[in-house]
Design a protein. Structure first.
Length: 147
């Protein structure tokens, strides 16, 4: 049986979990790989707000924060009826592995196959940028493919 409406991604990052965690929770580091503005309060109940492309604003609340190991937060888009703020859940586990980090991400609560496909494309794009930034690289200016 297939699990409906869930996006799962894994990526190996050549940086320790503490470094990757910082790139997921420190607004200045977040902006190196995603978004034009970021406000994050990485504690349960804290705000997750990232202006991804200047017009797409992701908003949610942290539900779980285990420093350098795990993050979970509600997620959705301001002004989007199908995926409103806090309608989905993003869970990220950071596993110390062979001198680097295995990042496992699950995005659940998506409303339909179209939203899954769009978010899968977005996560693939942004996790690649995260991996580059977390290892000291410069992913360059972001060029989102869709609105």
């Amino acid at each position: 049986m297939t699990e409906p409406l869930v996006v799962r991604r894994e990526i190996q990052i050549a940086a320790p979990p503490a470094t990757v965690f910082a790139f997921l929770t420190d607004p200045e580091k977040i902006l190196r790989w995603i978004g034009t503005e970021a406000t994050v309060e990485p504690h349960p109940g804290g705000l997750y707000l990232v202006n991804v492309s200047g017009k797409n604003i992701a908003r949610g609340r942290f539900t779980e924060v285990i420093p350098i190991h795990r993050l979970a937060y509600s997620f959705g888009w301001e002004g989007h009826d199908k995926t409103p703020p806090e309608s989905g859940l993003i869970e990220i586990d950071l596993i110390d592995q062979m001198g680097g980090t295995l990042l496992r991400m699950t995005h659940s609560g998506l409303p339909d196959a179209e939203a899954c496909a769009s978010h899968e494309q977005g996560w693939t794009h942004y996790l690649g940028r995260l991996a580059l930034a977390a290892t000291g690289g410069d992913p360059g200016p972001d060029t989102p493919r869709h609105s």
